[in-house]
Design a protein around this ligand. Structure first.
Ligand SMILES: Nc1ncnc2c1ncn2[C@@H]1O[C@H](COP(=O)(O)OP(=O)(O)O)[C@@H](O)[C@H]1O
Ligand SMILES: [Mg+2]
Length: 1134
């Protein structure tokens, strides 16, 4: 299956794509975007018409002014440095370009990266990305963008992320050590870098390998004006902590170090201190151990300090110049830092030992030589440290697995460097040689691919002439008479060798070469060329002529480091420094000269070229728009110069020599099918025949296009643009058509919707109206119905009422009639009765009259009395008979008695009531037992004695008289007491005996027997006093509601010796009654009971008055007794 859309010249050619990816592409095609849409200027220079330098630059400028910094030449990306950050590298942009076709979106470095990555992943083609352009053109940035894009789109996962992170973080480390501020670029890479990123079959990154090319080490000891040393020195001094600086024996002040040029130590917008932290952090991420990072900084410090060693001349006797270190302090510190024996290093700076054929010859160094040695050491130390760093990073980032890897190489090499005056030296020569080689590989690969595609597609191909720079490469690298070979030869030659002898040699050997120019060459062409100084030679590079100053070539190529120094270094205690100088090991002494810088570089470039040739190349050609590092400035002359030496126009021409545009049939048909009726809207058949029909129909001249196997090839961009214009026109028509149809459809749908709505609304309206009408009719019908029903009902009601009234009237009439009749009859009967009565009365009167007349003579004297008696008898009889029925109940307390019927019976009635009461009382009494009788007798006695006399009495009526309240017989406590008494006990009760002396009371058992009155102790039951009843003369008590009573004793009796008793008891009435009765029955004398509120009591010899006062509420309801004086005892009764 061919690529669906490809107009990348022939460089990619037919590529087998995955079915899945094809589907994906198809899906993307749905959007049908193209580079050709919304184009500013021309996105692909191949389509530029007319093609000349001016249009080319104008197109670039136009795009640059619209922030379009990328432009294609086929598959080559031209990138113009914007010198400001553009919002075109966001993650969204990454997503946009991800898995999209190269020409689908506007030109972008991501499109190239994506193309390369997908080609690597899906088609198993190793890729290389070649970034070229002059210093400051944006190569390093471009390489970082490519790497970050690939990192963003390749696999994810913890392990993969770590690999990515390490790969990305290797950049800050290498930039710190390998980049410097130059006049062209604040962050100029001073080494060539080629990085292979390795992927597994899934496209996940496994690791990487970095190769570095020729670090510009001369910068370590000397920097051109306005430029700086490598970043790391400044970063270390500004970013390291006090502690670290102290440890490294450094000071923060740049001016302390001879190797640091001062005029541009600070770079605008660059924070060296912050970058130092970034670098240390990056070192950590990449995998540097802490001690390794420290060692690296120690070497950096040592290099810095080396620059401060100064020499002074010292003459020796034999006339030889000798040098001496001015101030040994610095040397001492370096030795401490590096662990080198100070004397060894000092010696190495003073002598040079040359070994030849087992013979050692030591010569002293003069001041110039000593400085040379010092600088050589510093440069070597630094450049070897840099190589070590690269190796160390490689160790960290190298793929851990042995699986087959796919490789993407990113080449960020220093670009063509042409200094205006004759400042170009060995470094520029080397750099330009490298670029020459790159240009060659560019030409070779591009044309080869192009040609291959034509052959593959079966297209007739006539060879296009282009400038092949192989001849220049040959001038430089030819093994026998190339410039580098000459230089080497000169360096190895015994005898005095200078740069001038080298130039002479060149003048001899290369004089005839087309691209070599020299004033002194045998060829007299340039004898009068004043622009060509005598100490210079000029090479016509593919990109222009470069004038090289021959001075320093030999030295730089020799890259000489005296053996004494390398041996001193090898002896260092510092492990890293020791490892950097293996040749210093005396055991491995190698008399062979080390390879020269030139030959080393040539070899490594050759390897690089070989490596690149095996890969699918992707070109990014960077252009620097101005010399001021300024945004928005486009200096046409400068750009023009770059375009020339980058050979971009040639590039376009080579591409256009064949066919300017090619595209697979399917996407081509898809894009232009609307231009022909047969293919629009669908072409049923192979895409190729569709395109054939299309092109025939459009009458495109036959010579303008060719049919390949899978692609159509269009020779002239004009044709393509014509096609595009047609397409645009047609698209407008189609848009109008679509608009028309859409509008029609919209209106129709709208109309239909309205119509439908109208029907619905109408239906609803009708329904509503009908519903309303129906409801009205229904309501009316109901109303009428109800009126009729009401009317009917009322009519019936009226009839029924009438009937009912008729019936009622009849009944009433009948009733009245009957009433009338009845009343008439009654009247008649009454009349009749009255008459009968009258008759009877009259008759009786008449009879009486007659009888009286007749019998008057017999009755007149006794009749009245007899009648009176008879009547009286009759009335009495009736009274008694009636009374019999009206008798009240038999209860003696029932007070009811029928009312008297006749006044004359009043006394009888009362008598009868009395008799009846007596009778029923008797009846009541008759049912009493003897005991009850006794009780009632006693009660009666009490009543007679106290009723209306003592206020206490009424409360005693309800209390039954029990007598023996204390059950002496039963209570064992009183057994002795019981035994002492033989008589019947009438009263046994506890009373309070009032103390005669103070009125206080004590409890005593009060016992009354038939003959005696006894007082006993309540607790012990012991008899205290015994009074025969005959000795009791009187009992006194108050009339009030208290229980006090005094028992008066007969004067002179035995019992009376102590005096009378004064008691109080709850059962005063009962006790007094029983005492009275017992005394009466025993002595046949009535006991005197005195009821008075003041009485006298005999206490021994004294007579004391007991006085009762009423109304003392002090002690509540209990009466209190108090002896007032000898004569008075006062009892307060509440
Ligand atoms: N794509 C870009 N977007 C924004 N600035 C860029 C871009 N490319 C380069 N630059 C700016 O140009 C400067 C020089 O770029 P650099 O890649 O270091 O040049 P080179 O490596 O070619 O010498 C960068 O430091 C940066 O400020
Ligand atoms: Mg760079």
């Amino acid at each position: 299956m061919e690529r669906t859309q490809d107009c990348r010249g022939g460089s990619v050619g037919a590529q087998r794509v995955h079915f899945a990816s094809h589907l994906q592409t198809m899906a993307k095609m749905e959007v049908k975007t193209s580079l050709l849409d919304n184009m500013i200027g021309v996105g692909d220079m191949v389509l530029l018409e007319p093609l000349n330098e001016e249009t080319f630059i104008n197109n670039l400028k136009k795009r640059f002014d619209h922030n379009e910094i990328y432009t294609y030449i086929g598959s080559v990306v031209i990138s113009v440095n914007p010198y400001r950050s553009l919002p075109i590298y966001s993650p969204e942009k990454v997503e946009d370009y991800r898995n999209r076709n190269f020409y689908e979106l506007s030109p972008h470095i991501f499109a190239l990266s994506d193309e390369a990555y997908r080609s690597l992943r899906d088609q198993d083609k190793d890729q290389c990305i070649l970034i070229t352009g002059e210093s400051g053109a944006g190569k390093t940035e471009a390489s970082k963008l490519v790497m970050s894009y690939v990192a963003a789109v390749c696999g994810k996962g913890a392990e993969v992320n770590q690999v990515k992170e390490q790969l990305l973080q290797s950049n800050p480390v290498l930039e710190a050590f390998g980049n410097a501020k130059t006049v062209r670029n604040d962050n100029s890479s001073r080494f060539g870098k080629y990085m292979d990123i390795e992927f597994d079959f899934k496209g996940d990154p496994l690791g990487g390998v970095i190769s570095n090319y020729l670090l510009e080490k001369s910068r370590v000891v000397k920097q051109p004006r306005g430029e700086r040393n490598f970043h790391v020195f400044y970063q270390l001094l500004s970013g390291a902590s006090e502690e670290l600086l102290h440890k490294l024996k450094l000071e923060q002040d740049f001016s302390r170090y001879n190797y640091l040029s001062l005029d541009s130590a600070k770079v605008n917008g660059v924070d060296d201190a912050a970058n130092f932290r970034t670098v240390r952090n990056a070192m950590q991420i990449v995998g540097f151990m802490d001690h390794e990072a420290e060692s690296v900084l120690e070497v950096v410090a040592a290099v810095l300090k080396l620059g401060n060693i100064e020499f002074k001349p010292e003459s020796r006797v034999n006339g030889l110049d000798e040098s001496k270190i001015k101030d040994k302090n610095e040397l001492k510190e370096i030795c401490e830092l590096t662990g080198i024996d100070q004397s060894v290093l000092e010696r190495a700076f003073s002598f040079r030992t040359v070994e030849a054929k087992q013979e050692k010859v030591s010569t002293t160094l003069n001041v110039a030589q000593a400085y040379y040695a010092r600088d050589a050491l510093a440069k070597n130390l630094y450049s070897r440290l840099f190589s070590w760093l690269v190796n160390r990073i490689n160790e960290s980032i190298k793929a851990q697995t042995k699986v087959r890897k796919k490789v993407m190489g990113v080449l960020d090499i220093y670009g063509f460097e042409i200094f205006e005056s004759a400042d170009n030296s060995f470094e520029q020569f080397i750099i330009n040689y490298c670029n020459e080689k790159l240009q060659q590989i560019f030409i070779e690969l591009t044309l080869k691919e192009e040609q291959e595609e034509y052959i593959r597609e079966d297209i007739e191909w006539t060879h296009i002439d282009y400038f092949n720079n192989a001849i220049i490469c040959d001038l430089i690298e030819n093994n026998t008479n190339g410039i580098l070979a000459m230089l080497d030869e000169e360096c190895l030659r015994p005898g005095t060798v200078t740069d001038d002898t080298f130039l002479e040699k060149l003048n001899q050997v290369c004089a005839t070469h087309q691209h070599f120019e020299s004033r002194m060459s045998r060829c007299s062409r340039f004898l009068n060329d004043t622009s060509l100084p005598h100490s210079c030679f000029r090479i016509q590079h593919y990109a222009g002529k470069v004038l090289y100053q021959v001075e320093g070539f030999v030295d730089k190529n020799n890259d000489l480091l005296y053996r004494d120094l390398s041996q001193a270094m090898w002896k260092a205690g510092h492990a890293l420094i020791k490892s950097l100088f293996p040749e210093g090991n005396p055991a491995k002494i190698n008399l062979k000269r080390p390879p020269t810088a030139g030959s080393q570089f040539k070899a490594s470039v050759a390897t690089l070229m070989k490596n690149l040739q095996t890969k699918n190349p992707n070109y990014i050609r960077c252009i620097k728009p101005n010399d001021k590092k300024a945004a928005h400035v486009f200096t046409e002359s400068l750009v023009c110069h770059q375009i020339r030496y980058l050979g971009l126009l040639e590039n376009v021409r080579v591409r256009r020599a064949g066919y300017a545009f090619r595209q697979a049939y399917e996407p081509c048909l898809e894009r232009y099918k609307m231009l022909c009726k047969q293919t629009w809207p669908h072409w049923k058949g192979p895409a190729r025949s569709g395109v054939e029909v299309l092109f025939n129909e459009l009458e495109i001249p036959m010579e303008e296009y060719s049919f390949g196997r899978s692609k159509i090839f269009i020779r002239n961009p004009r044709t393509l643009f014509a096609l595009e214009d047609l397409r645009k026109q047609r698209l407008e028509d189609l848009a109008t058509l679509i608009q028309k149809i859409y509008r029609g459809w919209k209106c129709r749908t709208h109309f239909l919707l309205m119509k439908k709505s109208q029907i619905v609304i109408a239906a609803w309206c009708r329904r509503y109206a009908q519903q309303k009408r129906y409801q009205q009719i229904k309501a009316s019908a109901l109303a009428i119905q109800s009126y009729i029903r009401g009317w009917k009902a009322r009519k019936i009601l009226r009839e029924l009422k009438h009937q009912k009234r008729c019936k009622a009237a009849a009944t009433t009439i009948a009733a009245y009639w009957h009433g009338t009749q009845a009343r008439r009859e009654l009247k008649r009967l009454k009349e009749e009765a009255r008459r009968k009565h009258a008759v009877a009365v009259i008759w009786a009167y008449w009879l009486g009259l007659k009888v009286r007349r007749e019998y008057r003579k017999y009755f007149r004297a006794n009749a009245g009395k007899k009648i009176y008696e008879f009547t009286l008898q009759r009335i009495v009889q009736k009274y008694f008979l009636e009374m019999k029925n009206k008798m009240p109940s038999l209860s003696p307390i029932d007070k009811n008695w029928p009312s008297r019927p006749y006044l004359f019976l009043d006394s009888t009635h009362k008598e009868l009531k009395r008799i009846f009461h007596l009778w029923r009382c008797k009846k009541y009494r008759d049912q009493f037992t003897d005991q009850q009788k006794l009780i009632y007798e006693e009660k009666l006695e009490a009543s007679e004695l106290f009723k209306d006399k003592k206020a206490l009495y009424p409360s005693s009526v309800g209390q039954p008289f029990q007598g023996a309240y204390l059950e002496i017989n039963k209570n064992p406590k009183y057994k002795k007491l019981k035994d002492a008494i033989e008589e019947k006990i009438i009263i046994a009760e506890v009373v309070n005996k009032i103390n005669r002396a103070n009125g206080k009371s004590t409890s005593r058992i009060f016992l009354l027997t038939n003959n005696n009155l006894l007082l006993a102790d309540q607790k012990s039951g012991q008899i205290k006093s015994e009074v025969p009843l005959v000795d009791v003369t009187k009992v006194s008590m108050s009339s009030q509601n208290d229980g006090f009573f005094a028992v008066h004793l007969k004067e002179g009796s035995e019992a009376a010796s102590k005096g009378d008793f004064l008691f109080s008891s709850d059962h005063l009435i009962e006790m007094a009654t029983k005492l009275y009765r017992t005394t009466l029955s025993q002595t046949k004398q009535k006991l005197n009971i005195e009821i008075s509120d003041e009485f006298l009591v005999q206490f021994r010899q004294d007579k004391v008055c007991v006085k009762f006062i009423q109304g003392n509420q002090k002690n509540g309801s209990v009466p209190t007794c108090k002896r007032k004086n000898n004569r008075l005892l006062e009892v307060a009764v509440p």
